[in-house]
Design a protein around this ligand. Structure first.
Ligand SMILES: [Zn+2]
Length: 426
């Protein structure tokens, strides 16, 4: 039993925005209201001056287990999630073995039950081994707990296979999430193709590598009627195409990562692998397009693409380093800094982007503080200054470009199933 007192309770599902209490009991939301009467043995959390939101959901996380436990495990990734204010995460299938069967999905579910401090929802692969050829055991993975399918990192190049995957996913009522990258166009590239890549003598990944795949997928989504979601959208044309698809009434959505709406290619430190990820940090116009997409509703989800890599992997020549950065612990700080403090979006809109937005895409019954809902809450503040120290991360990996960056406002406490699983300064 936990009573969260006097916070500014924001629940986008019902529109509630008021200073009141939230009472959690038996792992559920038991009551929301002013001066709630709660049993005297209930634990009390004073949330005065803080925002109390439904538990945040990050639908794009890499947990590296099974196979790459030296970079992250389900347990450490879940602790990083909790420290970032997330109560639920979806994990991508590019583990070893790839999550392309019910056996691997069940392993992840079981391990999460034993060791994770937040809810973990596996995303199954589209194709066996994410090799892009033969469809994975989609139905059995869904029965084992997979909530979506994706070959994130190794996108399906064969349009016929993608069409079949969409038809199957539609039948199972789950979305297809695509990491949109034409591998032939991006081959050999290390950063966004533009003035900066030319100056540094690095091979570029053109925006078109993303755009052509978003275009193809939208056409296939129309053909099949599937629910289709663009992972980590990064280009102005991709945002425009998603907007077009929505206007046509297609079940198309997209997510943006904090790094893609805060950094451009010219902001990166030359040859620093903490700035190397896919899609790469794009040009200024692309960053503005992603920001505008968040403001106008084209982008309805913020997801981190938390991609831990061990120091030994990231300490090589730039060209040899793997792609990806960690992101769970800095997402709220960056979102406040870039979107809320400058007045681009309201606080309620921010909460939506982390709760009702991803829940709707995945068809999950999460992201609300309605009585009877899961007892998950994210408590954050908007005014305390803090500096991100990657050496204190809960993740096993430290590949973040945001080390040493100061933020105003961030996560304070994370509550899962009615229990506090992480608390600032605790
Ligand atoms: Zn990806």
């Amino acid at each position: 039993m936990l009573a969260i007192r006097n916070g500014r309770v924001m629940d986008p599902a019902s529109g509630l925005d008021a200073v009141c209490d939230v009472y959690l009991a038996d792992g559920r939301v038991a009551a929301v209201g002013v001066n709630l009467d709660v049993p005297s043995k209930a634990e009390v959390f004073d949330a005065s001056g803080m925002v109390v939101a439904p538990g945040f959901l990050d639908m794009h996380v890499h947990l590296r287990e099974p196979g790459y436990e030296y970079a992250e495990t389900i347990e450490t990734g879940s602790r990083a999630a909790a420290a970032g204010g997330f109560t639920s995460i979806c994990c991508m299938p590019n583990t070893s073995p790839v999550n392309d069967s019910a056996t691997v999905t069940s392993f992840i579910m079981e391990r999460a039950k034993q060791r994770a401090v937040v809810n973990v929802y596996p995303i199954g692969a589209i194709t066996k081994g994410s090799a892009g050829e033969e469809l994975a055991g989609i139905g059995s993975m869904v029965r084992a707990g997979a909530v979506a399918i994706s070959d994130d990192g190794r996108p399906v190049m064969n349009s016929r296979v993608m069409r079949r995957a969409m038809e199957l996913a539609k039948g199972h009522g789950i979305p297809v999430i695509d990491h949109c990258e034409d591998l032939n166009l991006s081959a050999g590239g290390d950063m966004h193709e533009g003035e900066t890549s030319v100056r540094r003598g690095l091979r570029g990944i053109p925006s078109a590598a993303e755009d052509v795949m978003v275009a193809r997928d939208i056409l296939l989504a129309e053909l099949t009627g599937a629910r289709y979601h663009v992972a980590h959208i990064s280009t102005q044309h991709a945002v425009a195409m998603v907007s077009f698809a929505k206007k046509r009434g297609l079940k198309v959505s997209c997510e943006a990562t904090p790094h893609h709406f805060v950094l451009a290619d010219c902001d990166t430190v030359a040859y620093d692998s903490s700035y190397k990820m896919k899609p790469p940090l794009r040009g200024k116009q692309d960053v503005s397009a992603v920001l505008n997409g968040l403001v106008d509703g084209t982008v309805e989800v913020i997801a981190t693409d938390h991609a831990p890599h061990a120091g030994s992997d990231k300490m090589q020549e730039f060209e040899r380093c793997p792609f990806g950065i960690t992101g769970l612990e800095t997402a709220i700080g960056i979102t406040l800094e870039q979107l809320v403090h400058p007045g681009k979006i309201t606080l309620m809109k921010m909460v939506e982007l982390y709760t009702t937005g991803p829940s709707r895409v995945l068809g999950l019954n999460r992201g609300t503080l309605a009585v009877g809902a899961a007892g998950d809450a994210t408590i954050f503040d908007t005014s305390t200054s803090w500096t991100y120290d990657v050496n204190k991360t809960q993740s096993k990996s430290r590949n973040s470009p945001f080390h040493g960056h100061a933020y105003i406002g961030g996560p304070v406490a994370t509550i899962v199933n009615g229990r506090i699983v992480w608390q600032r300064n605790a």
